[in-house]
Design a protein around this ligand. Structure first.
Ligand code: HEM
Ligand code: NAG
Ligand code: NAG
Length: 320
């Protein structure tokens, strides 16, 4: 009976394409640190809360770090590794260079956790918890973060360059990029809603400001004023022009008005297969919130290292 049950369970996972099972068959669980580090959630929450009070944008940056970690060979803290003599890490890969941020915040959280429960909590799990806490602080939904990921002992600049989607992609390329991670187009649309917070550089939206036709003309003009044809690569603009530090559904409402900041954003509402979902989330933020939570859990389940694979890094920037 038990055997039949677990067989059935396995079948359900395989059929639904959920990758909740790690590379070595161990599942992540919200209770992973219950006995080994009961304070983990309160320590991360307090730290994220204090940091965001000073700088709300950091919530966006932390959320994005988890995404960029998970898309490159699984949620294994690889993005946090500095370059060393063995490999060139992910920090200078095009999608991250001069763009990904929040590494110091992760270091500070790790230092606190090393005091409370040495060598127990992985850097990959810190990213997953900080992403959730950031979302909550800025007014978004909450979810139970599954834990038990271990940290990689390697990182790959090339993999980061290839696997993290670029803002010039069209809808079919975005769908393919997410599918390669076991994520659906529903996940793509909901997770893109993370662009309700945070900033992008002129380098990321220049082509949209000058070359796209599915853009509100006044919006395009205002982007062009700040983001010249050449230079000014690092001038920033809010991904959600109306409420850049509130996690809400204005991202989707902007898309309905052709005011998505990135080309990839507007691709989600450009007479294609994802229009219906964008309209749904624009009309009903609770539907967006529900799907965002689900999709974040799914993204957090991408190929975790569990069991004896990987390690619990002591310093998130370095292999032990
Ligand atoms: C769908 C494909 C995606 C593309 C093409 C994309 C692309 C980008 C780009 C180009 C930026 C601006 C970077 C810069 O100019 O420095 C950005 C920022 C951001 N992205 Fe995405 N992204 C995608 C999906 C996601 C997902 C799934 C999440 C999280 C669940 C996310 C969260 C963020 C956040 C929060 C920011 C702002 C970060 C900050 O202010 O520090 N993005 N994204
Ligand atoms: C990263 O950015 C720096 C400038 O801050 C630049 O010198 C360097 O060439 C960039 N690296 C890559 C790999 O693009
Ligand atoms: C989307 O982009 C890919 C890769 O650049 C290209 O091969 C494809 O034709 C594009 N699809 C559409 C519908 O434009």
């Amino acid at each position: 009976m038990a055997k039949a049950c677990s067989l059935l369970l396995l079948l359900v996972f395989v059929v639904s394409g959920e990758s909740v099972v790690g590379r070595h068959g161990n599942k992540l669980s919200p209770n992973h640190y219950k006995s080994t580090c009961p304070e983990v959630l309160s320590i991360v929450e307090a730290h994220v809360g204090a940091v965001l009070k000073q700088e709300p944008r950091m919530g966006a940056s932390l959320l994005r770090l988890h995404f960029h970690d998970c898309f490159v060979n699984g949620c294994d803290g690889s993005i946090l590794l500095d370059d060393n003599s063995v490999f060139t890490g992910e920090k200078t890969a095009a999608p991250n260079n001069n763009s990904a941020r929040g590494y110091d915040v992760v270091d500070d959280i790790k230092a606190k956790l090393e005091k409370a429960c040495p060598r127990v909590v992985s850097c990959a799990d810190i990213l997953a918890i900080a992403a959730r806490d950031s979302t909550v602080v800025l007014g978004g939904p909450s979810w139970k973060v599954k834990l038990g990921r271990r940290d990689s002992t390697t990182a790959s600049k090339n993999a980061a360059r290839k696997l993290i989607p670029a803002p010039n992609l069209n809808l079919s390329a975005l769908v393919l990029s997410f599918r390669a991670q076991g994520l659906s187009s529903k996940d793509l649309v909901a997770l893109s809603g993370a662009h309700t917070i945070g900033l992008a550089r002129c380098a990321s939206f220049r082509a949209r400001a000058y070359d796209d036709s599915n853009i509100d003309p006044l919006f395009a003009k205002s982007l062009q004023r700040r983001c010249s044809r050449t230079g000014k690569d690092n001038v920033h603009r809010s991904l959600d022009l109306r409420t850049p530090t509130s996690f809400d559904n204005f991202y989707f409402r902007n898309l309905l008005k052709k005011k998505g900041l990135l080309h990839s954003d507007q691709e989600l509402f450009n007479s294609g297969s994802t229009d219906t979902l964008v309209k749904k989330y624009a009309a009903d933020s609770s539907r967006f919130f529900k799907q965002f939570s689900k999709s974040m859990i799914k993204m957090g389940n991408i190929k975790p290292l569990t069991g004896n694979s990987g390690e619990i890094r002591i310093n998130c920037r370095k292999v032990n």
